[in-house]
Ligand binder design. Structure first.
Ligand code: 13P
Length: 248
């Protein structure tokens, strides 16, 4: 399976710094050699159109960091799927742990956002992951299983069209990466859950996220059930992001 490497820029950037980052990406082998991995970046909403325009014609795709469950209407502050498509997005991240925790997004809301993305022609990247306390209590598989089950129950026959990202909360932005074995174990359980729900969902790409860097990417991506990465901090440096994509 072709690997997928996605950069989540979170709430970083400016027109000037984005232009510099994009210039670096376009000058790297990501844009010039036939990519063996699919690559995309997810800028803040306000820069999405600019970034999509700058990357048009390159092999680098664009996604959003969130999406409304609504298609349009009186929903102040929300951004709808058709708008994201209109400005050139292909992917929509849903259920990132920062949205689950700071914006109280429930498992069901995340599943509804995944459904909204699909219904507007976007590929949802559904994030799941446990906190450190949950891991220490031995609840990792139960927590990610519960988060994924809401998506399984909501999407039905569309399940095979999503991407899942396993992002242990304790590994995000902390410099503490899950070991390849820890990540693989969770990925294997997610794979089994997807497959038992729908046999065709066995091929859903499973990305790992949480302190992926150029020096640990290859080992993570070598695991049988790790199909790529969702990259935070290292996606803000063109050389690091290109090196991670190369490792895939
Ligand atoms: P870091 O790579 O900065 O740990 O962030 C991971 C992440 O949350 C990507 O969505």
């Amino acid at each position: 399976m072709k690997k997928l490497v996605v950069g989540n820029w979170k709430m970083h950037g400016s027109r000037a710094s984005n232009a510099e980052l994009i210039q670096g990406l376009l000058a790297s082998d990501l844009a010039t050699t036939a990519p063996r991995a699919d690559v995309a970046v997810c800028p803040p909403f306000v820069y999405l159109a600019d970034v999509a325009a700058a990357l048009q014609g390159s092999a680098i795709g664009v996604g959003s960091q969130d999406i409304s469950v609504q298609a349009q209407g009186a929903y102040t502050g929300e951004v709808a799927g058709p708008m994201l498509r209109d400005v050139g997005a292909t992917y929509a991240i849903v259920g990132h742990s920062e949205r689950r925790s700071y914006h109280a997004e429930s498992d069901q809301l995340v599943a509804d956002k995944a459904r909204a993305a699909l219904s507007h022609g976007l590929i949802p990247i559904v994030c799941v992951g446990e906190t450190l306390a949950e891991r220490e209590a031995g609840q990792t598989e139960a927590v990610v299983g519960r988060q994924l089950q809401a998506v399984i129950d909501t999407l039905g026959a569309d399940l095979a069209r999503i991407v899942v990202a396993y992002e242990p909360v304790w590994a995000i932005g902390t410099g503490k990466t899950a070991s390849p074995e820890q990540a693989q174990a969770v990925h294997a359980s997610l794979r089994a859950q997807l497959k038992s729900a729908r046999s065709e969902a066995a091929v859903v790409p499973l990305l790992y996220g949480g302190s992926v860097k150029p020096d640990n990417a290859a080992q993570l991506f070598a695991q049988p059930d790790i199909d790529g990465g969702l990259i935070g901090g290292a996606a803000l440096k063109a050389a690091d992001f290109a090196a991670i994509a190369r490792a895939a």
